[in-house]
Design a protein around this ligand. Structure first.
Ligand code: ATP
Length: 229
């Protein structure tokens, strides 16, 4: 059984159906790219994984457990870490306070986060609001690492950042892959960068997982059909 397993998931916002049939598997130590054009259901799928939205049918399993009845804080305790779209750090808390608020026992502590992102160490006493966009993104990743997750999900982690800062975030994702055994799900618009770091991709189209496979299989036809604008 995969570490994380979704099969035939359907989910609604009130009366409106956002997911119709989403299936995906994440293996231990794997980096999975979750792709698809705007509004196809990537963030909604992540919300379902984190129990921020309950699915109406289908199955969500993490580490052999059915996540259906779990409240979201329990899902986090089980080892699911989220770097949400828009980063959402606590603006009026310091870098250190943001990190410590998330701390759970495990190999990642504040010293290790500072080694991983030295800039966070240099800014430990600053309010999160005073950080640059890239630094806030590092803080959002650092905060998720402080929960010592087994699966880390990054939703649009490079969005709205300058190109040089984006490269720093991609480099950090690559280091997470090579230096830790963390399983990752990465949502991003950059196919080129994703193909450099991810082992496999799943493509969503109108609330359905319509394609999955290795990047070698992402032919121009597949890209035009599901990812083109
Ligand atoms: P993007 O790349 O734009 O973030 P996405 O693939 O993450 O897109 P979702 O945000 O999951 O897509 O949206 C899937 C569908 O659900 C869209 O039709 C969207 O309009 C709808 N939707 C998303 N959030 C809500 C909400 N809070 N209430 C109602 N409908 C929503």
């Amino acid at each position: 059984m995969s570490l994380l397993h979704l099969s035939n998931v359907a989910a609604f916002y009130g009366p409106s159906q956002a997911l119709f049939d989403v299936s995906l598997d994440l293996e231990e130590g794997e980096v999975l790219a979750l792709m698809g054009r705007n509004g196809m259901g990537k963030t909604t799928t992540i919300k379902v994984i984190f129990r921020l939205l309950k699915h109406r049918s289908g199955r969500v399993m993490f580490d052999g457990r059915d996540l259906d009845p779990l409240p979201s804080h329990r899902a986090a305790r089980l080892g699911l870490g989220l770097v949400p779209e828009g980063r959402r750090c606590f603006a009026n808390l310091t870098v250190r306070e943001n990190l410590m608020a998330a701390a759970r026992p495990g190999p990642w502590d504040i010293a290790r986060v500072h080694r991983f992102f030295p800039r966070l160490g240099e800014r430990t006493a600053q309010n999160a609001a005073s950080l640059s966009g890239g630094e806030q993104q590092m803080l959002a990743i650092g905060r998720a690492l402080m929960t010592n997750p087994r699966v880390l999900v990054l939703d649009e982690a490079t969005e709205g950042l300058a190109p040089v800062v984006r490269q720093e975030i991609w480099a950090a994702i690559a280091r997470l892959k090579s230096e830790t055994g963390l399983s990752l799900i990465v949502v991003d618009k950059s196919l080129r960068e994703l193909s450099g770091v991810a082992d496999r991709a799943v493509i969503l189209e109108k609330g359905r997982s319509v394609w999955s496979g290795g990047f070698a299989g992402l032919t121009p036809e597949v890209r035009d059909r599901y990812l083109g604008v």
